[in-house]
Write a protein that binds this ligand. Structure first.
Ligand SMILES: C[S@@+](CC[C@H](N)C(=O)[O-])C[C@H]1O[C@@H](n2cnc3c(N)ncnc32)[C@H](O)[C@@H]1O
Length: 261
């Protein structure tokens, strides 16, 4: 066992979990910096034969793979051809049936807007043994890393995670219902549809001057936060040249700025 594996084993009660050949571990790498990895995922990176990863997994995380491990890109951005979800699940099954230890690594958490549920359903249908390792989801990390407590006594009693993908299409959140809750909303994949989302929330009754923020590239050297109001967030983001990936924060917590050192 290499010294890093010995160290990881020590931190996990003296033994490593068994990564059985022919199984798939679906794991979340957190956003950006390897400091956001769990010990379990760091261990999986050292044990896997093949790592099938998304574009949002940081290169510094992939550098922790064992020297002989094969890295396969299966992302949906980054200027590379888009992988279809069905192709990705087929590939995971194929690799597992070849007897590999397969790590399916996603940015953030695999079960938060990561299509991890669909991948696990496909593994179950194919009879492939699997394990799910949680990761730090980018929405929650973006809050802490940009000085915004997700909950504050006297400010909010709930926190909503929503998708902005297909904001006004079928399967979109009920923005009016979310506006009525009057609790902070963290919106993933919302940059493209930001004007539509803001308009829908205001139509639903949310105040135009509700504090709002966007945090791009949380956990990386490119992290940026802008603060505005619900009515001005889209223009402020455009003027600042803020680009995806970003988390939108709509609600009173967005007015807080507790950034430290
Ligand atoms: C397909 S979702 C994946 C979410 C991921 N499973 C998670 O738990 O963070 C992609 C969206 O996550 C958000 N995201 C992912 N990484 C981010 C980062 N480093 N900074 C800000 N937002 C990020 C963005 O909203 C992006 O459009």
């Amino acid at each position: 066992m290499t010294s890093i594996l010995q160290h990881l084993a020590h931190l996990q009660g003296g033994h490593l979990p068994e990564f059985t050949p022919g199984s798939v571990w679906l794991a979340g790498a957190g956003p950006g910096d390897p400091a956001h990895l769990t010990l379990g995922v760091a261990t999986a990176l050292h044990l896997a034969d093949v790592i099938v990863h998304d574009a949002l997994v940081d290169d510094r995380v992939l550098a922790l793979a064992a020297p002989g491990a094969v890295l396969e890109f299966a992302g949906k951005r980054g200027g590379k051809p888009s992988a279809q979800q069905a192709d990705i699940t087929s590939r995971l099954i194929e690799l597992a049936r070849q007897g590999r230890r397969v790590l399916r690594l996603k940015g953030g958490d695999p079960f938060i807007f990561g299509r991890g549920g669909e991948e696990v359903a496909a593994l179950i249908a194919a009879g492939i043994p699997f394990r799910v390792l949680p990761g730090l989801t980018s929405g929650l990390a973006a809050l802490a890393l940009s000085g915004m407590p997700g909950t504050m006594r006297g400010v909010n009693q709930a926190l909503v995670l929503a998708t902005g993908h297909g904001a006004d299409g079928e399967g979109a959140p009920d923005w009016a219902a979310l506006a009525r809750l009057d609790q902070p909303i963290l919106i993933y994949m919302g940059m493209k549809n930001l004007p539509i989302i803001a308009a829908a929330l205001m139509e639903g009754g949310m105040q135009a001057d509700k504090p709002a923020a966007a945090i791009a590239w949380a956990g990386t050297d490119k992290q940026r936060r802008i603060t505005a109001t619900l009515a001005t967030l889209a223009d402020t983001a455009a003027q600042a040249g803020l680009e995806a990936p970003a988390i939108l924060v709509i609600g009173d917590i967005a007015a807080t700025d507790f950034r430290g050192l």
